[in-house]
Design a protein around this ligand. Structure first.
Ligand code: COA
Ligand code: MG
Length: 276
């Protein structure tokens, strides 16, 4: 599996939660050394990660390290090379230069950058395009951004995300696609609201995101479901591919009374790739 649908965060200082996360159906587990681990517990969290037994199937292993240019960041990097770590999650990234700075030390290890957590980050979303970068995914975050901006809430009066956070989300999506890496939707914090999560994940999938961050094991199944193409979507995509294969010279065709042209073929091929 190249593009995880569900990316489940687990605080790295909790062995109990780590066991649960690794037993879940998450496509990727992110051992968190940053915001969910108190400053006084970070050293112990690193010891927990050092003690993890080798990986045997199950989710990909990712580690969210502390932001660049912090003392904790340097200590976190010493962990790499131990355990079967698939990749690094970089929080508070502000531009492609940050990914390059990290890669200078971590080489070709894949990087998933969280790209909308500071005020300046909103101006850097096009800068991740770099064919030589180990960047593999980009996701967005509203919690740190609202704190950075001094917002009292990320919601408007109607309970919807305010414009600023919708903007961050769309810029993350377009920035990731421009950089040819996976666009990953942000966290849905209300982990007891499964219908709400499913609706948000389905909306993200319709818009082009191909995965979503999770913070609780109960969020994994709804996310996996939302980002798995349905049998109807697969059948429709196969019909489009077959129609163009049958008429290789055609630029535009019709299926079921609807115009189908090259962008539809591109999208159909994407759906089939995701369906595996
Ligand atoms: N990964 C693995 N297991 C988890 C988990 C996670 N992210 N979140 C909860 N669990 C476990 C709990 O330990 C509990 O197991 P137990 O009954 O054996 O102790 C079980 O799932 C049910 O948990 P629940 O009681 O519903 O939630 P909680 O109140 O214990 O935890 C949070 C709520 C938010 C503290 C917890 O979900 C969490 O730590 N999430 C990750 C936060 C994080 O990493 N944030 C950083 C990115 S934004
Ligand atoms: Mg954070």
């Amino acid at each position: 599996m190249t593009q995880p649908r569900s990316w489940l965060f687990v605080p790295a200082d909790s062995e109990r939660k780590i066991t649960k996360a690794l037993d879940s159906a998450a496509d990727a587990v992110i051992f968190d050394l940053e915001d969910s681990v108190a400053p006084g517990a970070k050293a112990q969290a690193r010891e927990v990660l050092k003690g993890l037994a080798g990986r045997d199937g199950g989710p990909q292993w990712w580690v969210r390290i502390n932001p660049l240019r912090t003392d904790e960041h340097r200590l976190d990097l010493e962990l790499l090379g131990i355990a079967d770590i698939h990749g690094i999650v970089l929080p508070k990234a502000e531009s492609g230069a940050d990914v390059a700075e990290l890669a200078h030390r971590t080489g070709s290890i894949p990087v998933h950058a969280i790209v909308t957590e500071t005020a300046a980050s909103l101006f850097g979303l096009l800068s991740y395009r770099d064919p030589n970068s180990p960047l593999a995914a980009m996701s967005w975050g509203a919690e740190d951004l609202s704190a950075a901006l001094g917002a009292s809430s990320k919601y408007d009066e109607g309970g919807e995300l305010s414009f600023t956070y919708k903007l961050a989300r769309s810029l993350c999506l377009a920035g990731a696609v421009a950089a040819d890496v996976q666009p990953v939707d942000g966290v849905f914090a209300d982990f007891r609201d499964e219908p709400g999560l499913l609706a948000e994940a389905r909306a993200a999938a319709r818009e082009g995101f191909t995965g979503k961050l999770a913070i609780h094991p109960a969020q994994v199944e709804p996310i996996n479901m939302a980002f798995t193409p349905s049998p109807e979507e697969i059948a429709h995509a196969q019909a489009i591919v077959a129609a163009f294969a049958a008429e290789p010279g055609a630029g535009v065709l019709s299926i079921g009374g609807r115009m189908i042209d090259r962008p539809h073929l591109t999208q159909a091929e994407r759906v089939l790739a995701r369906a595996g």
